[in-house]
Design a protein around this ligand. Structure first.
Ligand code: GLU
Length: 497
């Protein structure tokens, strides 16, 4: 039996959760669920300078909206907590001390000014190998260390990098990766404010949280040899690593906010469905093969396989996301969309109060419009005419369909509709066809002007369903309004001569 899989998503609360981070969370989630393992959510907030209030909440909200649930984390149970790094300071301090006492790490009292000068000199001489910290404090005598400590000189703790070492690891996506230790300098483990660096906290937590697979974005790959050396210094077994491919913006370059990488919650408010976003993100770097695209969450979980994650960069194709969202909208039940569309209608000021809306009328509208929309907002925005008479008509279409010569036919239509005993779409269809036949014209000649008259636009659901939904009174009122509009236009155009 395979050993229990434990993975973690470890965001830093430095801003909103953007779609790249969400893809990392998703791959961890799919991997955990596929292996019936455990998903841990850990908040990495040791960089106090970059910490942003509210960011943690936004991370929770974003993950919850996408239904990427975790088994252990700050707000849920788990035996390896706390799951927020700032609450684990003691653990890091104790472990940094342990490395000091085993000689694997040392105190460094260099001032920021000295370090800046060192950096400048190295840049000036274009030094590459051996650049970084110059081990000035490695050779301090125990007496001088004691004296500095006694006088309260601030210090950091640095890892002593073993010389001339080859560091190798097998990346589950990229294969074997090899680094030489001489490109690494003695990096900081514990900062002078007593907080650990990302490297130290990350390794200690992954170890004590019993993480079996570290799956993270590929910008962290250069940190991995450092982490392996920390594991080694403690005498711990490192987990397995998988670095996920970069996501590129459509025009090239890394996906960034400027290039449209927006937060997960922005997609929510732009009218995307969480399942569509999840399906789309799953395919950024992974594919189950056979060109499969639309997959339920269950499919994603059962098919997900790290071996099929490509190391190549993938492109964030907004159009594809929109297309996918359209698919999910079509497949969604009216009931599941109802609250989201109503919320948008309220926001648009179509009615002041939710209690005023006619639920079954609204559901019919959503049912008619969902197949024609790519986003929730489109459903809401393109259905305004179900609530308000049009106050203008699409110009090009008005020129085409609202000719004076057509007035009589429109009037005849009103006449017929007034006498219609049923307003169901089938009877409406026979009224239109009957009239077209008796007038000896194609049904289109009636259908297009009628649509324009009742909706103001040239596209939408089938005309007969549309009229049935609007009902007899509204349909006739709007047809009459259009007839008046055509007459007035005529007077304005010719009356002046
Ligand atoms: N805190 C890091 C981040 O914000 C986590 C990197 C890792 O998963 O090791 O992405």
């Amino acid at each position: 039996m395979e050993s229990m899989v434990r993975v973690r998503f470890a965001p830093s609360p430095t801003g909103y959760l953007h779609v790249g981070g969400a893809r990392t969370a998703l791959f961890n989630y799919l991997f955990a669920r596929h292996h019936q393992g455990t998903m841990v959510l850990r908040i990495e907030d040791t960089d106090q300078k970059r910490f942003q209030k509210g960011a943690m909440d936004e991370i929770f909200q974003s993950l919850k909206w996408m239904r990427l649930d975790w088994d252990e984390g700050p707000d849920s149970k788990g035996e390896y907590g706390p799951y927020i790094q700032s609450e684990r300071k003691e653990i890091y301090l104790k472990h940094a001390d342990q490395l000091l006492s085993t000689g694997k790490a040392y105190q460094c009292f260099c001032t920021p000014e000295r370090l800046a000068q060192l950096r400048q000199e190295q840049q000036d001489t274009k030094m590459k190998i051996g650049s970084g910290y110059d081990r000035h404090c490695l050779s301090l005598s125990p007496e001088s260390i004691k004296q500095k400590l006694d006088s309260g000189t601030p210090y950091v703790i640095r890892l002593k990098i073993p010389e001339l070492r080859t560091i190798e690891f097998e990346d589950l996506i990229r294969g074997k990766i090899v680094y030489q230790s001489d490109i690494l300098d003695d990096f900081v483990l514990l900062k002078s404010d007593g907080f650990p660096t990302y490297h130290l906290a990350n390794v200690i937590d992954d170890h004590y949280m019993k993480i079996t697979h570290v799956m993270r974005g590929d910008e962290w790959i250069a940190s991995t040899p450092r982490h392996i050396l920390i594991y080694e210094a403690f005498g711990w077994e490192p987990p397995q690593f998988a670095h996920m491919p970069v996501i590129l913006a459509q025009g090239g370059g890394k996906l960034s906010k400027r290039k449209g990488a927006v937060s997960v919650l922005d997609y929510k408010s732009a009218g995307y469905l969480p399942d569509a976003l999840v399906n789309f993100l799953a395919l950024l770097g992974w594919s189950p093969g056979q060109d499969r695209e639309i997959m339920t969450r269950e499919d994603l979980i059962s098919l997900f396989d790290l071996k099929k994650v490509s190391p190549k960069a993938s492109v964030f194709d907004e159009k594809k996301l929109e297309w996918m969202n359209g698919h999910y909208l079509r497949e969604s039940s009216v009931d599941s969309l109802f609250d989201m569309v109503v919320e948008k209608w309220l926001e648009m000021g179509l009615f002041n109060n939710r209690s005023l809306l006619d639920e079954s009328y609204c559901k019919t509208i959503i049912g008619l419009m969902k197949a024609r929309s790519k986003r929730i907002h489109e459903i809401a925005e393109s259905s305004v005419y179900f609530f308000r008479d049009p106050d203008k008509y699409e110009d090009k279409l008005a020129k085409k369909y609202f000719k004076v010569a057509d007035l009589n036919v429109l009037k005849a239509l009103v006449d017929k509709l007034e006498r219609a005993s049923s307003f169901g779409h089938e009877s409406l269809e026979s009224v239109f066809r009957g009239l077209a036949e008796s007038e000896n014209m194609s049904p289109g000649k009636l259908i297009h002007p009628a649509r324009l008259a009742v909706s103001g636009v040239g596209h939408g659901p089938g005309l007969f369903e549309l009229l049935e939904t609007l009902g007899k009174e509204t349909t006739i009122r709007r047809l009459n309004k259009a007839i008046e509009w055509v007459k007035n236009k005529e007077i304005n155009q010719h009356g002046a001569s």
